[in-house]
Design a binder for this molecule. Structure first.
Ligand SMILES: C[S@@+](CC[C@H](N)C(=O)[O-])C[C@H]1O[C@@H](n2cnc3c(N)ncnc32)[C@H](O)[C@@H]1O
Length: 280
């Protein structure tokens, strides 16, 4: 299937950017411990094993960028949210972090040995443009590694949450049109997207990640505190629907994910990788 794009790219981009500016701190607090679990495997997939030039696209609070510097790399990072850029600069002061759009990267051609993008491509209005930009700034033979959330299923947290919204609320809330949040959310579709973007040696794997929560309500709070599209989806529900969603999530958490007095919620990632071909 061709890569889906927004049919309101400017409105969607503005919506995402103001959303990330608003939730930056919450994202780092609630999603940070989760996305940290796929940092090593992402850097491995991008071949970041020592001194090399690395770009972290959609860096957020700089988790991948910081870890790449700790492996000895020289690291640049980019994010379109000024609040996220400030967080990345705070967390990873040795990284050259700029404000910019993943669809129009502020770097020359063939500048990096590796490009990584953690959970960013699903927020971009035209992901095909962002993938083309990642390829442009890579040196021939350089590697890209991109993570996204696994598509909702009965065995993961997004499956429980979105299943509850579908059953008790509405999914068709008025938001600027964006591409399917989960369009790269299984290995087959991730590989197809990377091949469409003309990477070679494409691969994709599922990476296990576990969200540890003290309370069942933590699963609803996750997007409310640190999400953009899913936060807007939840905030757009009426109070009756929201109560029913909370009850359904609490029941599902008890049945599926309770481990004694806590909850362990699988939140797997799909990690795709590829190589910029040497012959153009
Ligand atoms: C889910 S966070 C990922 C943060 C971090 N990479 C991680 O692995 O946890 C997504 C980040 O992508 C950024 N972002 C979304 N769309 C973008 C775009 N078009 N250009 C640049 N950054 C973008 C957001 O500001 C946000 O910081």
């Amino acid at each position: 299937m061709p890569i889906q794009v927004s049919n309101q790219p400017d409105a969607f981009r503005d919506f995402e950017r103001s959303g990330w500016n608003a939730v930056s701190e919450g994202y780092e607090a609630v999603f940070g411990p989760l996305t940290a679990q796929s940092v090593d495997v992402t850097l491995d997939a991008a071949g970041v094993i020592g001194a090399c030039d690395v770009l972290d696209v959609c860096t957020g609070h700089g988790v991948l960028a910081l870890a790449a510097t700790e492996r000895g790399a020289k690291v640049c990072a980019v994010d379109f949210s000024e609040v996220m850029v400030a967080a990345a600069r705070r967390n990873a002061p040795s990284v050259d972090c700029r404000q910019g759009d993943a669809q129009d990267l502020p770097y020359p051609d063939n500048a990096f040995d590796a490009v990584v993008c953690g959970y960013g491509i699903l927020h971009v209005p035209e992901p095909d443009r962002a993938l083309a930009e990642m390829r442009r700034v890579l040196r021939p033979g350089g590697r890209v590694a991109i993570s996204v959330w696994e598509r909702p299923s009965p065995a993961n947290g997004f499956g429980l949450l979105l299943g509850a919204v579908k059953a008790h609320g509405r999914l068709d809330v008025p938001l600027p049109h964006g591409p399917d949040f989960f369009q790269f959310g299984d290995p087959k579709d991730m590989k197809a997207a990377l091949a469409q973007a003309e990477f070679s040696d494409v691969a994709a794997v599922t990476v296990a990640q576990m969200l540890l929560l003290e309370t069942a309500a933590g699963l609803v709070n996750l997007p409310l505190q640190g999400g953009v599209r899913m936060r807007a989806l939840l905030l757009a529900q009426d109070s009756t629907a929201l109560s029913a969603i909370n009850v359904a999530v609490a029941e599902g958490m008890d049945q599926l994910f309770r481990k004694e007095d806590r909850f362990q919620v699988p939140m797997p990632a799909i990690l795709g990788s590829g190589v910029k071909p040497r012959q153009e």
